[in-house]
Design a protein. Structure first.
Ligand code: SF4
Ligand code: SF4
Ligand code: SF4
Ligand code: SF4
Ligand code: FES
Lengths: 720, 166
C-alpha cells in the first residue's frame, strides 16, 4: 500500500501510519501502546462498547471515548491512560465499577491466574475497594449445558458470549435477560445450550463466568504445560493447545490459525479428549483364547504372535486403515505390508482425489467469496460459510453431491452460469459418493477455476487424514499386487476402521484378524490379536487436512502403551524392512517422495498452505447403476459420532437421535408427519426410526446417521 | 605483610585464657531442648475452622509462591454429601515435600485463607526420603514431636491471626 493511502495518527505522542479504518486498539498497538479491553473482539463482529475499559482521550472530543468503537482517521490525536490523567482516572473508575458486584473469589475461580480481570485490575485498577455493602449473589454454578458452567456473580456483562452465539455460531441460544443492573446471561428459555460450537464461549469469556465442567478445579495456569498440536478428529485440522498437567490432558484450547479455524473449535475437538482415559482403554496386547475371552500378552510375545500371523497369511493380507493415522504411521505400515510382505491392498473408508490440488485455497477464502454452492458441511467450515453469508455472499444449497455436480456443469443452469462469471466462487462438497472429490475437481475445471486464484473447491472427507494416508500408503512401495482372495489376514488399523461395518464384513471373509485399537469394546469378539492403539494427542507426526495443508501433530501425553510407530518398526525388522520408530526420520523418507523433501522441522506451528499444484486429470469412476426402486439411503457420519465421542459423557447429548431424514415430498406421499415412528426396510431387514422432514433434502433420498443405520444400505422403503 | 605488635598477640592469648574459667554453654541435645523463638519457621500445619471445615480451598497459590516447588495441590469440588471446605472447592490432595522445603514461609504469606502456617517443630528427620512427603492428613493432625517455645510475651510476638479467629 502506498503512503498516500495511510492515515497518520498520534498515540501518546508517537506517530503511526495505518490504513484508514483500522481500529484504534490496533492502531495504538502499532505504536507500541496497549489499550486494555474486555469486550472488544474483532472476530465477533462490530464493536459494542459494552465494558468501557478502553477509555481514551481524543483531541477534539469533550468526553472520554471508548477506543474500541473508533477507527483511525487522519490527524487523530489519541492519549491513553499512559499519558492522560483523565483517561487513567476513567479506567480506574470503570474497573472499580465492574468490581462493585464482582465476588473476587479468585482462589476458587477457575480463571484465576489467567484472568484478564485480575490482570487489568492489577495494572490499571484501584488498589483498594470502597465497596462496603453486601454484593449481589446468585445461585451458582448453573450448568447451562453438560459441558459449561455459568457463574452469574462473576459475569461483567461484556456480551462476548451472546455475540458469539448470535453472530458467529448463529444459534441464538445464549441471551442476556433483563435490563441494566438486573441483566444476566441465560440460555434461551432456560433450555440447555445445545450447539455444536458452544465451547468457544468458555474461551471468549474474559472472566470466570463461563467455565468448562471438565476442567473445573483441575489445574492452575502455573501447574500446566500447553502443547501446540492439531485436532485429529475431523478433516479440518483446527490448531489446538493441549493443556496437560501431571501427564494427563486436562483441556483443549484453540490456537488461532487465521487461515484454518480463526480461533474457533467445535465441541467435539474441545471436549472429546477424555476418551484417552475411557474405562475400556486397552493398555496391553491381548490374545483371544477360547471361551475365556482374552489373555494379556507381553509385548515380546505379542510381536512374535503378530509376526507369525503375518507370515502364515503368505501375503494374502488386507490392511483396513482408519483415516486417522498419521502420515508417518501409514507410511511405516505401508513399508511393512507392501515392501516386507508384498501385501499391497489397503482399504480406506473413503476415496480421495489428488485432482483437487489444482483448486487449493485456504479455508479463510470461504469468508471472502461471493458465491458458494454448498452441499453438507464439516464443523468449522460451517462457521466460515456463515461468515461469508454475513458478508453478503450468495450461499446456495446445491443438494446431493453427484447430482449437484452434474447440474452445475450444465451451461444452461443459472447458477452454473454465474459461477463461470464470478471471480470469487467456491464449491464446498462432501459425501461419500463424490469419488473423493474427483467429480468436484472435474466440475471446477469445467467452470474454469484453474485460472482464477480466488476461486476454488473443497471436498470435505469424513476422515481426518484420508488424503495424507492415501499418499503415504502409495509412496511406501512402487510395486502393485492383486487383491487377495480369500483373505488370509485382515489387519485393522485404528478405531474408526474397527467400528466400520464394511471392515467387519471383510473380517467375515478373513481367516485371521489383527486389530490395533484403543478400546476393548471395538476389539472383542472378532480379533485374534489386539494391539493397543493411541490417539492423536499421544502421537508425533503430520496430518494433511482437507485444504491439503500439512500440519504438525505433537505428543501431548505419553500413551499407556508404546505408540504404533514403535512396534511397526520392531515388526518390520523381522521382515527385513527398515523403518525408524521416530516420526521425524520416517517423515524425512516420506517427504523425499511426496513433499519435495520438506524438512520435518519446517512443518511449523502455523503451517502454510502449499501452493496449487498441477494436478492429474480427475479420474472419474463409473457411476453406480441405479438399483431397483424405492428411496436411496445415504448413510452419513454425523459430527458427534465415532468411538471417541461415544466415550465422553459431556458429549452424549450432542449425539444424533435415531432418526431418518426424509424430503417433504417423499414424506407427504407416504403420509408421514415429523416425529412419527416409521419402519425402514431393506432386503428383509427393517428398523424403527423417528421420521424427520428436512427441507434441503432432494426427493428420492433418505439420510440416516451411520450409527443408527444398522445393516441398511442401498435402496430402502419407508412406511408408517 | 605488616609486622604484628607482640603486645596484641599477648592480649589475644589473654582472651583465650579467661574462657578456661567460664562455664561452658554447650547444651545436651536431645536431653535438653532449647526453646525456639515464637516466630521460628518449622514444620507446616494446615488449619480447620471451628466448625470442622478445612480452611484450605485448594487454590494452589501456596504452590505458586513456593520457591522450592515442593507443594502439590490437587483440587476437587465440594458436594452436598462431601463438604470438606467452606468454598466450592477443596484440596483433595495436599502434599509438601519436606526434604525440599527451605522453610521460607512464602506459602504462609501467599495463602488467602491462613490455611497453612509454619509451626515451631524442627525435629523432622526420617530414615527414608519418602517419609518426608507430608500428606494432608499429617499436616492437619497435631505434630507428634513438640518443641518448647520461648515466652511469647518476652519476644513481643503478636498472636497470629489464625489463632485468634477461625
Ligand atoms: S473472574 Fe477473575 S477476578 Fe473474578 S473471581 Fe475469577 S479470577 Fe478472580
Ligand atoms: S458470561 Fe462472560 S462472556 Fe458472557 S457477558 Fe458475562 S463476562 Fe462476558
Ligand atoms: S516454606 Fe517455602 S519452601 Fe517450604 S513449602 Fe512453604 S513456600 Fe515452599
Ligand atoms: S493452603 Fe492456602 S494457598 Fe495453599 S491451596 Fe490451601 S488455601 Fe490455597
Ligand atoms: S473494550 Fe471498548 S468498551 Fe469494552
Amino acid at each position: 500500500m502506498s503512503a498516500t493511502e495511510l492515515v497518520t495518527v498520534t498515540v501518546d505522542g508517537r506517530e503511526v501510519h495505518v490504513p484508514p479504518g483500522t481500529g484504534l486498539v490496533e492502531t495504538a498497538l502499532a505504536a507500541g501502546v496497549e489499550i486494555p479491553v474486555f469486550c472488544y473482539e474483532p472476530r465477533l463482529g462490530a464493536a459494542v462498547g459494552a465494558c468501557r475499559m478502553c477509555l481514551c482521550e481524543i483531541e477534539g472530543m469533550p468526553k472520554l471515548q471508548a477506543a474500541c468503537t473508533l477507527t483511525a482517521t487522519n490527524g487523530m490525536i489519541v492519549r491513553t491512560a499512559q499519558t492522560s490523567e483523565r483517561a487513567a482516572e476513567g479506567q480506574e473508575a470503570t474497573l472499580e465499577f465492574i468490581l462493585v458486584n464482582h465476588p473476587l473469589d479468585c482462589p476458587v475461580c477457575d480463571k484465576g491466574g489467567e484472568c484478564p480481570l485480575q490482570d487489568l485490575t492489577f495494572r490499571w485498577g484501584p488498589g483498594n475497594t470502597r465497596m462496603t455493602f453486601p454484593k449481589r449473589t446468585f445461585e451458582k454454578p448453573i450448568p447451562i449445558s453438560p459441558a459449561i458452567a455459568l457463574d452469574r456473580e462473576r459475569c461483567i456483562l461484556c456480551y462476548r458470549c451472546t455475540r458469539f452465539s448470535e453472530s458467529v455460531a448463529e444459534d441464538g441460544q445464549l441471551v442476556a435477560l433483563n435490563r441494566g443492573a438486573e441483566s444476566v446471561i441465560a440460555t434461551f428459555e432456560d433450555e440447555p445450550y445445545l450447539a455444536p460450537f458452544s465451547g468457544n464461549v468458555i474461551e471468549l469469556c474474559p472472566v470466570g463466568a463461563l467455565t468448562s465442567t471438565q476442567y473445573r478445579f483441575e489445574a492452575r495456569p502455573w501447574e500446566i504445560q500447553n502443547v501446540p498440536t492439531v485436532c485429529g478428529l475431523c478433516p479440518v485440522g483446527c490448531n489446538i493447545q493441549a493443556t496437560t498437567r501431571e501427564g494427563k490432558v486436562k483441556r483443549i484450547l484453540s490456537r488461532n490459525h487465521p487461515e484454518v479455524d480463526e480461533g474457533w473449535l467445535c465441541d467435539k475437538g474441545r471436549f472429546a479428549f477424555t476418551h484417552l482415559r475411557a474405562r475400556d482403554r486397552i493398555a496391553d496386547p491381548l490374545r483371544r483364547v477360547r471361551r475365556r475371552g482374552f489373555d494379556v500378552l507381553s509385548w515380546d510375545d505379542a510381536l512374535g504372535e503378530a509376526a507369525e500371523l503375518l507370515m502364515q497369511a503368505q501375503g494374502r493380507i488386507v490392511t483396513a486403515l482408519s483415516g486417522s493415522e498419521t502420515v508417518e504411521q501409514a507410511y511405516a505400515l505401508g513399508r511393512l505390508m507392501r515392501a516386507g510382505l508384498g501385501a499391497h491392498t489397503g482399504v480406506l473408508p473413503e476415496e480421495t482425489s489428488p485432482a483437487l490440488d489444482a483448486f487449493r485455497l485456504p479455508l479463510s477464502a470461504i469468508r471472502d467469496a461471493e458465491l458458494e454452492p454448498v452441499a453438507e458441511r464439516a464443523p468449522i467450515v460451517e462457521l466460515w460459510v456463515k461468515a461469508a453469508r454475513r458478508q453478503g455472499a450468495q450461499v446456495e444449497q446445491a443438494g446431493d453431491a453427484l447430482e449437484g455436480c452434474r447440474r452445475l456443469a450444465d451451461k444452461r443452469n443459472a447458477l452454473g452460469k454465474s459461477l463461470r462469471e464470478s471471480e470469487r466462487a467456491i464449491l464446498i462438497w462432501s459425501g461419500e459418493e463424490g469419488a473423493g472429490g474427483a467429480h468436484l475437481a472435474a466440475l471446477a475445471k469445467e467452470l474454469g477455476f484453474a485460472g482464477k486464484p480466488a476461486s476454488g473447491a473443497f471436498h470435505l472427507p469424513c476422515t481426518p487424514n484420508g488424503r495424507g494416508i492415501a499418499d503415504a500408503w502409495a509412496a511406501a512401495s512402487d510395486d502393485e499386487g492383486p487383491n487377495p482372495e480369500p483373505i488370509g489376514l485382515l489387519f485393522v488399523s485404528g478405531d474408526e476402521a474397527a467400528a466400520d461395518p464394511n471392515v467387519r464384513a471383510l473380517a467375515e471373509r478373513a481367516e485371521r484378524v489383527i486389530v490395533n485399537a484403543m478400546f476393548q469394546g471395538l476389539a472383542v469378539g472378532w480379533a485374534d490379536l489386539v494391539l493397543p492403539g493411541t490417539s492423536y494427542l499421544e502421537r508425533d507426526g503430520t496430518y494433511v487436512n482437507l485444504e491439503g495443508r500439512l500440519q504438525r501433530l505433537r505428543r501431548a501425553v505419553i500413551p499407556p502403551a508404546p505408540d504404533e510407530l514403535a512396534w511397526i518398526s520392531k515388526l518390520a525388522e523381522r521382515f527385513a524392512v527398515e523403518v525408524s520408530p521416530h516420526a521425524s526420520a520416517v517423515f524425512a523418507e516420506v517427504s523425499e517422495r511426496i513433499y519435495d523433501g520438506l524438512p520435518f522441522g519446517e512443518v511449523g506451528e502455523e503451517a502454510p498452505l502449499r501452493t496449487r499444484s498441477e494436478a492429474p486429470a480427475p479420474q472419474l469412476p463409473s457411476e453406480p447403476a441405479a438399483e431397483g426402486k424405492g428411496l436411496r439411503l445415504v448413510r452419513y457420519r454425523p459430527l458427534f459420532s465415532g468411538p471417541a465421542v461415544e466415550r465422553v459423557p459431556e458429549l452424549q447429548f450432542q449425539r444424533p437421535a435415531p432418526e431418518v431424514e426424509l424430503s417433504p415430498g417423499d414424506a407427504g406421499r407416504r403420509g408421514i408427519a415429523p416425529g412419527e415412528t416409521v419402519t425402514v426396510t431393506h432386503n428383509g431387514t427393517s428398523l424403527q426410526l423417528r421420521a424427520r422432514i428436512t427441507k434441503s433434502l432432494r426427493e428420492g433420498i433418505v439420510r440416516i446417521a451411520a450409527e443408527h443405520a444398522g445393516e441398511l444400505g442401498g435402496t430402502v422403503e419407508v412406511a408408517k | 605483610m605488616a609486622r604484628g605488635n607482640p603486645i596484641d598477640s599477648v592480649k589475644g592469648f589473654g582472651v583465650t585464657f579467661k574462657q578456661i574459667f567460664k562455664k561452658p554453654i554447650t547444651q545436651q541435645y536431645p536431653e535438653y531442648k532449647r526453646p525456639v523463638y515464637p516466630r521460628f519457621r518449622g514444620r507446616h500445619r494446615l488449619h480447620v475452622h471451628e466448625n470442622g471445615l478445612e480452611k484450605c480451598v485448594g487454590c494452589s497459590l501456596c504452590a505458586a509462591a513456593c520457591p522450592a516447588d515442593c507443594i502439590r495441590v490437587v483440587a476437587a469440588e465440594n458436594t452436598a454429601d462431601n463438604r470438606v471446605s467452606a468454598g466450592e472447592r477443596y484440596a483433595r490432595i495436599y502434599e509438601i515435600n519436606m526434604s525440599r522445603c527451605i522453610f521460607c514461609g512464602y506459602c504462609e504469606l501467599a495463602c488467602p485463607f491462613d490455611a497453612i502456617t509454619l509451626g515451631n517443630e524442627y525435629e523432622i528427620s526420617e530414615y527414608s526420603r519418602d517419609d518426608l512427603i507430608y500428606t494432608k492428613d499429617m499436616l492437619l493432625a497435631e505434630p507428634i514431636k513438640k518443641v518448647p517455645v520461648a515466652d511469647r510475651d518476652l519476644y513481643d510476638t503478636p498472636i497470629p491471626y489464625y489463632q485468634e479467629h477461625s
